[in-house]
Design a binder for this molecule. Structure first.
Ligand SMILES: [Zn+2]
Length: 112
């Protein structure tokens, strides 16, 4: 019964914080070149960490709830300034996709 609960499919509580404590690309403990709290909404913080070792950037939300500290993060090639520029853009819609398609299909039309 103990093995059933200790298998690899059970997320460990520390997994949620791994992405902010250790670089997900080079696996080194973060000794960040840049750390920034970009935003705070209802106690949830949007943070940006840039790894000093491999220059990878991570954007993550960190929040404190009833179950403790949780985080959700992603590797990004954006810098902290670019994240601030795009964070309020909202979801991509059909018009955005068509604009990109037209721009790629007829690059000269963009400048016409
Ligand atoms: Zn790294």
């Amino acid at each position: 019964m103990k093995d059933f609960f200790n298998n690899n499919f059970n997320p460990r509580p520390e997994d949620g914080l791994r992405i902010v404590s250790r670089c997900p690309v080079c696996q080194r403990e973060h000794n960040p070149a840049e750390t920034a709290i970009l935003d705070e909404v209802d106690g949830a913080h949007l943070i940006y960490i840039k790894c000093k070792n491999c220059n990878s950037g991570v954007v993550a939300t960190v929040s404190l709830g009833a179950m403790g500290i949780s985080s959700l993060g992603a590797v990004t090639d954006l810098n902290s300034k670019e994240i601030m520029e795009v964070k309020d853009w909202g979801p991509i819609n059909e018009d955005d996709v068509v604009d990109v398609y037209r721009g790629l299909s007829h690059p000269s039309a963009e400048n016409a």
